[in-house]
Design a protein around this ligand. Structure first.
Ligand code: ADP
Ligand code: ZN
Length: 744
């Protein structure tokens, strides 16, 4: 028999201790602390936070510090199972009840609830609302109800679940118990529905920023999608990801193509049996499958934190859905890619689909589709557009989308436009986009020849430009209103008045230069495969990270749980960088709580020891750690030019304007580690805003001290000489800067 745990004081202080002890995290993210205070104060609370923002902690921690059990309503069996496994792995007593749980187990869970042992009980809405279960709940001491994925209550949303609307019963039957609603969907209608339907009582609403700066947003033209996706996955051999398709057929074909290339891929769609789907999902969670090709049905229940990329084979129906899907990548905060293939044909099929789907919502849905299309065709920072959709304003461009990485240059496109417009007229405004491009490029295919289009004056007039360039320019002309598409006439292109003016030379047209896709992706980051081929040395931190990852996979398989339940990628990365070999050092790693230390601390320390060697000084040095910094910078081994993933993440966050503390917070690393990253990056010539860390006056003073000591002084001597006025971080930056000035 299990005993009820000692009750804790329901204060923010004990919440902090719980966060460290059970989760291994040093501090709450800013919004989390406020939310937890509201919950501990007994208020109804609405939490709107993007996927990966850290919603679970918001109700789990209060559940642990409060007396009684927190009843969590969750729509999907897989989601419940994941969360409960993660909680147990952290040493929190939790259980779930749904249709998959047998009677015997239910009875034992019930008795754990009654004797106050269980802190969190996850249930499906169907189970919760059954009369027997409501009666059972009345016998319990309940701390709160947490409604996860609360947007399922709204018929406006994209995940509507009718059984959620019955949750109003909770307020009627348990008027005294606070209700916490959580979701990653923030639009106004959904918010209103949540509050009204759950009958929330003057709830406090927390709307966290929807920004996910670690996601690299990319849109590519929808040409040769299969080939591009295969190539992308091959270039990222160790990274798990999801490809979303619209149709089952596409989904299966795509998965086959990947498998044919030796990639561990699986497909997932609604036409499969629950068992088949469960098996695919399980294999993905366990890192046995690298890539899943899925229709939109996949992923809502996916808690996997190390999904590194999400690709949309088709244009999604709306921005909410798109954002939720890309949100499944990079939940651990490390860099991740969201790539969308955009093709005008998709807009056309989606229009058809939406018009048939639900006539009463057609207008709303078409408007949402238009916003999605605007995003895909954007000429400015994509993140600004996304955040704007959720009512947020990003003060500057993000630096981490294809447009920011490669801002388009404009040129006078009048002549080019005239060629296209003239061809449209000569083809008697009957041609679709594809045919127009073929004619401009002088192709000899059946459609061209049957129409007799090889006889017109503009045939071949644009043969000097590749297909994709034309594709881009014609879309720009559509967006600028020179052309429109007659949907009812087989999508034929027609001239507008504006188009006529340009054709007749009465008006000029600026076009944005087309950027080939490779440039838009990631210029700085060679894939591991390519790096190996070029026989560059593998970064020591990366090599250890791989070892730790293998160890994690072995343990996970033995215990039959997904690897990230043992430790997340970010935690392993920090271990690889910091190389903790003592209990204290291991517990200082973000994500290592007491229970995980007990279970795995020793084996991971052994692995780190077996890997051997002192940590890379630049990675391990803390500014206040004077003992470890005795060697002079000049004595360091030669550095190679590129840096590991963890440095790159820091660089990206620095580039988008975050300061050291903000980066540390976001990455669950210590500020000392981030400073070490900054130093390494700066030393290796990456663009770091030095003035943020070292003023010119400070540098002058340090330089004078170096002169007074003569030669290349030891850091420690410099530190002493300056009477400890500057920490080692500043001193090292000053030395690097001095070297740069001397051209070394
Ligand atoms: P959501 O439910 O909002 O999608 P999660 O609750 O799964 O997000 O949290 C995303 C990730 O962030 C998880 O790996 C979680 O453990 C981690 N996390 C949450 N809160 C913190 C915190 N205060 N410090 C560090 N990591 C955190
Ligand atoms: Zn941007």
């Amino acid at each position: 028999m299990l005993f009820a745990p000692e009750p804790l004081a329901p204060t923010l202080d004990s919440a902090r201790r719980v966060l460290k002890q059970y989760y291994g995290y040093d501090s709450f993210r800013p919004m989390q602390a406020d939310i937890i205070e509201s919950i501990l104060g007994g208020r109804d609370t609405v939490v709107l936070m993007p996927t990966g923002g850290g919603k679970s902690v918001c109700f789990q921690v209060p559940a642990i510090v409060q007396e009684g059990v927190c009843v969590v309503v969750s729509p999907l069996i897989a989601l419940m199972k994941d969360q409960v496994e993660a909680l147990k792995a952290n040493g929190v007593s939790a259980a779930y009840i749904n249709s998959s749980v047998g009677q015997g187990e239910q009875t034992s869970i019930a008795s754990d609830c009654l004797n106050g042992y269980l802190k969190l009980l996850y249930v499906s809405p169907e189970k919760l609302l059954s009369e027997g279960f409501l009666q059972f709940l009345r016998r319990l001491r309940i701390s709160m109800f947490a409604i996860d994925e609360a947007h399922c209550i709204s018929s406006w949303g994209h995940d509507f679940r009718p059984e959620y609307t019955q949750l109003k019963l909770l307020r009627e039957q348990f008027p005294q118990i606070p209700i916490i609603a959580l979701t990653a969907t923030a639009d106004r209608l959904t918010q209103r529905d949540i509050q009204q339907q759950l009958r929330l009582n003057e709830p406090r609403v927390f709307l966290s920023s929807f920004d996910r700066p670690n996601l690299n947003l990319i849109v590519r033209p929808g040409q040769d999608r299969v080939g591009s996706i295969v190539e992308f996955v091959e270039r990222h051999p160790d990274e798990a990801g999801i490809v979303y398709c619209l149709s089952r057929k596409q989904c299966e074909t795509m998965a086959e193509k990947l498998k044919a290339k030796g990639i561990r891929a699986g497909h997932y769609h609604a036409g499969m049996t629950p068992n088949q789907r469960g098996a695919v999902q399980e294999a993905f969670l366990k890192d046995d499958l690298q890539a899943i090709v899925a229709t939109i049905a996949f992923g809502m229940g996916i808690d996997k934190s190390n999904v590194r990329w999400v690709i949309h084979y088709n244009l999604p129906k709306n921005i909410e859905g798109y954002y939720q899907e890309i949100g499944r990548a990079g939940r651990d905060g490390a860099p991740a890619t969201a790539m969308l293939f955009y093709n005008f044909g998709d807009v056309m099929s989606l229009r058809d689909m939406l018009t048939k789907d639900n006539p009463s919502l057609t207008q709303l849905n078409l408007t949402k589709l238009e916003r999605m299309q605007q995003f895909a065709e954007a000429a400015g920072c994509r993140r600004k557009i996304l955040l704007n959709y959720f009512g947020e304003v990003l003060p500057q461009d993000c630096g981490n989308c294809d447009i920011c990485r490669n801002p388009p240059t404009t040129f006078d496109g009048s002549l080019l436009a005239q060629k296209a417009l003239s061809a449209v007229v000569r083809m008697r405004e009957r041609a679709s986009i594809g045919l127009l491009i073929d004619v401009l490029r002088g192709m000899r295919n059946q459609a061209v020849l049957t129409g007799g289009y090889d006889q017109i004056k503009t045939y071949g007039a644009g043969a000097d430009l590749p297909y994709l360039d034309w594709y881009s320019y014609i879309h720009q002309m559509l967006n600028d209103g020179l052309l429109y598409i007659a949907y009812e006439e087989g999508y034929a292109l027609k001239l507008t008045d504006l188009g006529r003016e340009v054709l007749q030379g009465q008006r000029t047209l600026a076009l944005k230069k087309f950027q080939p896709a490779e440039k838009a992706e990631k210029p700085t980051r060679a894939s591991k495969k390519a790096a190996a081929q070029a026989s560059k040395p593998v970064d020591a931190t990366t090599a250890l990270f791989d070892k730790l990852r293998q160890l994690r996979k072995r343990i996970a398989d033995e215990q039959n749980v997904p690897p990230y339940v043992i430790f997340t990628d970010t935690t392993l990365q920090e271990m690889a960088a910091e190389r903790p070999i003592s209990r204290v050092a291991m517990l200082a790693i973000s994500g290592v709580g007491m229970k995980k230390f007990e279970n795995y601390g020793e084996v991971f320390i052994k692995e780190i020891l077996a890997y051997g060697g002192a940590p890379n000084p630049a990675d391990a040095m803390e500014a206040d750690d004077a003992e470890e910094v005795e060697e002079a910078p000049a004595a360091r081994p030669a550095r190679k030019k590129d840096v590991g993933d963890t440095h790159e993440t820091t660089l990206q966050l620095h580039r988008v304007g975050l300061n050291v503390d903000a980066i540390a917070e976001r990455r669950n690393l210590s500020p000392g580690t981030i400073r070490a990253h900054i130093e390494t990056l700066y030393a290796k010539g990456f663009p770091i805003r030095l003035e943020e860390f070292l003023t010119m006056d400070e540098f002058a003073e340090i330089q004078t001290a170096i002169g007074q000591l003569g030669g290349s002084p030891l850091l420690r001597d410099l530190f002493d000489h300056l009477r400890e006025k500057y920490d080692y971080f500043k001193l090292r930056l000053a030395l690097h800067y001095q070297k740069k000035l001397r051209g070394e």
